[in-house]
Ligand binder design. Structure first.
Ligand SMILES: Cc1cc2nc3c(=O)[nH]c(=O)nc-3n(C[C@H](O)[C@H](O)[C@H](O)COP(=O)(O)O)c2cc1C
Length: 320
């Protein structure tokens, strides 16, 4: 596995599929990327064929970690084993999602709900099943600071499993993403790590814009790396290494080259998900990334927002 400091692209549902991970890898590669979160219970059901495509990946990406969530420990074990033995191929590690605050997941007692003390036995069963299935493959956890308040007993519990990586989105579930990230709250977790599992890498997540900002966070807070999510929407080159005086390469990408980035994304999307297998709608988020900061961008973006399929988007670009 790679050494410090580590730069991760955050898992983002409907965003960080194999297509976007390839685009980010081409612009400026992080050390690791993560899949969107994938439900192990669904993967062990008749819905598997559709769902498993979330775990598609190619050799053109940087190392990728499969992120899983669910309810039934036996399904965590089955899927972890399939990822580790290559039945589901291409992964460097497995991550368990203990951070998603979405109502449906929390109501089901999954993801970030598991931070609550009363659900700790369930979290333990999921982790133990995953570790058993994963064998020698590294396992990591992605979580928050706590459920309705900061609760370091949760991180102490997780570190007891000596994970490869512990990523902390430094907000509670209750805070969603509505308050600024509490970077300073990482300190006690670093101290727990030193005591319980010195080999675990602690990764800071929340409101980190780009590599340069990440380097400042690493320096100031003493973490082993950072994970960047929404920063990539402002700059596809967020992971580019830039000197102290220099700006991201994205700043000098002109209109035609920006449109070319969008075209490549749409083309890869059509190739990966033919016959509208995956809706075009989530791609509109990327239109804001690529079609920005040039004369006429707002008008062109408005046209993209009205489009319903990737093929129509390609026609629009080709007719510009
Ligand atoms: C659209 C979107 C989808 C997300 N999906 C996931 C997910 O599937 N798994 C996960 O662990 N976190 C998910 N997150 C949370 C991010 O990984 C990250 O923790 C959060 O955005 C904070 O980091 P940032 O400020 O760098 O964006 C998602 C966030 C967004 C904005």
């Amino acid at each position: 596995m790679k050494g410090d400091p580590l730069f991760f692209l955050a898992p983002m549902d409907d965003v960080t599929d194999t297509v976007f991970r390839r685009i980010v890898a081409d612009c400026a590669a992080p050390d690791y990327t993560m899949t969107e979160f994938v439900n192990v219970d669904g993967l062990c059901s008749p819905g598997r064929d559709r769902l498993i495509r979330k775990l598609d990946n190619t050799q053109d990406e940087v190392p990728v970690v499969a992120q899983i969530w669910g309810k039934k420990p036996e399904n965590f074990k089955t899927i972890a084993r399939e990822i580790a033995d290559g039945t589901i191929p291409g992964f460097s590690a497995i991550d368990i999602n203990f951070g998603c605050p979405a109502k449906s997941e929390v109501k089901a007692g999954c993801c970030s709900a598991l931070q609550q003390l009363e659900l700790r036995p369930e979290a333990a069963a999921m982790i133990e099943a995953t570790l058993e299935g994963a064998g020698n493959m590294p396992v990591s956890f992605k979580t928050r600071l706590g459920f309705d308040k900061i609760d370091y007993s949760w991180h102490e519990f997780l570190l007891g499993y000596k994970p490869w990586v512990l990523t902390v989105h430094v907000r509670t579930t209750k805070e969603m993403s509505k308050v600024p990230a509490h970077w300073e709250a990482i300190q006690p977790i670093l101290e727990l790590r030193d005591k319980i599992s010195p080999q675990t890498k602690i990764i800071m997540n929340g409101d980190i814009a780009n590599r340069k900002h990440g380097e400042e966070i690493i320096e100031k807070y003493g973490v082993d790396g950072v994970m960047i999510g929404r920063g990539i929407f402002h700059d596809p080159y967020a992971f580019a290494e830039v000197g102290p005086q220099k700006e991201s390469p994205w700043v000098s990408v002109d209109r035609d080259a920006r449109i070319e980035h969008f075209r490549r994304h749409v083309e890869l999307h059509i190739k990966q998900w033919p016959n509208n297998m995956k809706p075009f709608n989530p791609l509109k988020k990327f239109a804001k990334v690529y079609i920005s900061d040039f004369p006429g961008a707002a008008e062109l973006r408005a046209k993209v927002m009205e489009i319903e399929t990737a093929d129509e988007a390609l026609d629009l670009i080709n007719n510009l």
